[in-house]
Design a protein around this ligand. Sequence first.
Ligand SMILES: O=C(O)c1ccccc1NCC(=O)[C@H](O)[C@H](O)COP(=O)(O)O
Length: 238
Amino acid sequence: MSRTLFRTRIKFCGMTRAGDVRLASELGADAVGFIFADGSPRRIHAREARALRGALAPLVDAVAVFRNNAADEVRDVVRQVHPTLLQFHGDEEDAFCRGFGVPYVKAIGMGDPLVEDAVALQVRYRGAAAFLFDSHGGDTDGGSGQAFDWSRIPTGLVKPVILAGGIGSGNVFDAILRTLPWGVDVSSGIEASPGIKDGDRMREFVEQVRRADCHVEPDIDAGSDLAARANGISGTSK
Ligand SMILES: O=C(O)c1ccccc1NCC(=O)[C@H](O)[C@H](O)COP(=O)(O)O
């Protein structure tokens, strides 16, 4: 598959410490995520997120992540934190997600055996700025560190795709080449423990994303052409 060379966007999710937010910005992350989902070990409150947002460098997005939170709670986060994007990980429908005056990303749970096709998703979430495919659903929670079968991502989506779920420096290179996402989202893969990020893992992750972005698939025809020339046989011309 050919690919247009571009820069894969990086989101580091589940931030709980100002130092991690600052380092993420310096390493070149495009966005950091703050989790407001009940039951998450990375959950923080609006006033904490507001303080963390202050540690963010300019030109780096703040994403507020929700899972079936009440509208009042989302509004309170929007008022206090001023996120650039909202991310909805639960059963929220388009009308709810659009109701806060901030662009939103809809997370699609690939733990669910039945995933809608591209047309159905784009009709159902017509206001979404992007789709994020993660491993949640069934028995799996968001931020689980588990990967799903990337070949199940619906094809034909016009909106940007963000790949999440069990990505780390060991597999992000392959993940990018196989799925060509707009962006990648990681939480567990850059952590020492839930919510506590590891600087070395963050740096290695960014390095592997950059490696994938610079990767050019060898042209098999050009390779055989060169081999033919080396053997003194005239190669094919294009
Ligand atoms: O991270 C959580 O604890 C979480 C809980 C509930 C809903 C969403 C949650 N995370 C949001 C995410 O953006 C992704 O799930 C995450 O970055 C990918 O997680 P991981 O597999 O740990 O890399």
